[in-house]
Design a protein around this ligand. Structure first.
Ligand SMILES: CC(C)(COP(=O)(O)OP(=O)(O)OC[C@H]1O[C@@H](n2cnc3c(N)ncnc32)[C@H](O)[C@@H]1OP(=O)(O)O)[C@@H](O)C(=O)NCCC(=O)NCCS
Length: 187
């Protein structure tokens, strides 16, 4: 697959990554506000690798972590998308939804708007029966997105295997939504 069909929402385009996104992605991952709930920052080389992995995954699968652009300005603001985690999680196999936006793009409803389009894609195009999302229990901005999406929080939390034991970010909560619930609740 070479052409990744862009997904349009009212204000955004979810699309394949472009080379000009990468320096902005590097800068975004150097912003301590953006990386507040991650155990370590990302070096420019790691960010470049991330962007290239996202690009390749979209090209290979047609779905993944889409680059998000604001339609009215053409600005790249980060990524939102779907991912099948390969790390050892208590609820694997699964498809998760995730997001990371520039801090200048927060507080505008962009993450939720983009995520709704990704969930629609996951259920209607990919035929998934469930989508999960997980975050550190202290990352309340991220769990607020999950709640705006009408995802339901599991009663139990889990220890993220990639975060060192004892670290404040190790305890994670999991949210999920089924295809049938999405059809009932989507606006
Ligand atoms: C998680 C993250 C994407 C959430 O961003 P966010 O801006 O809080 O979430 P949304 O884009 O859904 O925006 C919702 C906010 O926009 C406001 N808003 C303003 N205009 C709006 C509009 N037209 N439509 C909808 N909401 C609007 C909402 O009221 C809400 O504000 P509130 O939080 O004060 O209630 C962001 O904090 C981030 O990128 N963090 C760093 C990366 C990260 O932690 N990722 C998650 C790892 S698990």
């Amino acid at each position: 697959m070479t052409n990744v069909a862009p997904i349009k929402t009212a204000r955004l385009i979810l699309r394949q990554w472009k080379p000009e996104d990468v320096p902005q992605f590097v800068a975004m991952n150097e912003d301590p506000e953006v990386m507040k709930y991650f155990p370590g920052g990302l070096s420019p080389q790691q960010s470049e690798g991330w962007a290239e992995n996202c690009r390749q995954m979209l090209e290979r699968q047609g779905w993944g972590l889409w680059a998000v652009e604001v339609q009215s300005t053409g600005e790249f603001i980060g990524f939102v998308g779907l991912h099948a985690p390969t790390i050892d999680l208590p609820f694997n196999p699964c498809v998760e939804i995730g997001w990371r936006l520039k801090s200048s793009a927060w507080g505008k409803g962009f993450a939720t708007e983009a995520a709704r389009a990704c969930i629609d894609y996951g259920f209607s195009v990919m035929g998934l029966t469930e989508i999960v999302s997980f975050t550190s229990v202290v990352n309340t901005p991220s769990s607020a997105v999950m709640e705006r999406l009408a995802m339901t929080r599991d009663p139990a939390t889990f220890e993220h295997p990639s975060v060192p034991p004892g670290h404040v970010l190790r305890e994670h909560c999991v949210y999920r939504i089924s295809a049938s619930d999405w059809l009932l609740t989507k606006p």
